[in-house]
Design a protein around this ligand. Sequence first.
Ligand SMILES: [Zn+2]
Length: 210
Amino acid sequence: MINFIGRSREYNDHLEGEVPKDLERLVHRLRWPIYLESTPNIHLACYFGEKNYANPRAQFPYDMPHPGLDIQANQGTPILLPTTGRIVKCKVDKIGGLTVGVYDEENNLAYVFAHLDARQPPCELIEDTHTKWNSPYFLEAGKPIGKIGKWNYELPDFVNIPGEVLAIYGREFHHVHFEIMYINPRQKKPRFIEGVDTLNPLLLLQKLKY
Ligand SMILES: [Zn+2]
């Protein structure tokens, strides 16, 4: 049984979007970046394309469409790699904690995992913020990429938190921001820019019935 709470129940309303032809064979095939069965109180708090309400810099609901999926769970929850890939980018910042980029060359995919715990590996692996496309740091599908870190901000008052979520997490918002992007193999220089060329992750992640 998946223990979904709050906005997670809107999952079926957020399955729209398109994927490039190269990726059609992966539709609803990827494993989730979180243990669905054993993680308590999983909250799909902000879906792809929605207003990114959690941005602490915003004084008002932020109007840039959200380029990923925010999965709220307890601090320390393991986050997993959906397919085998290499760690190509790590950076640490005050808002985001640790951000890790992973490139899956075989499937023309890249992932971004943000707001992870910066005290955990792999943040020491790659020091600067440039993308190391040939990094030797391979990680197999299903292996932990890190753990959910500490989100240092309370959600502002304008964020309408479902009562059930408020009862469990209050206004804390420890979560992983998960992006999937398509890396066009016909482009000479692959691009890896967060929030650009991103896909709705729910289109590739295994379809949930709950
Ligand atoms: Zn996010």
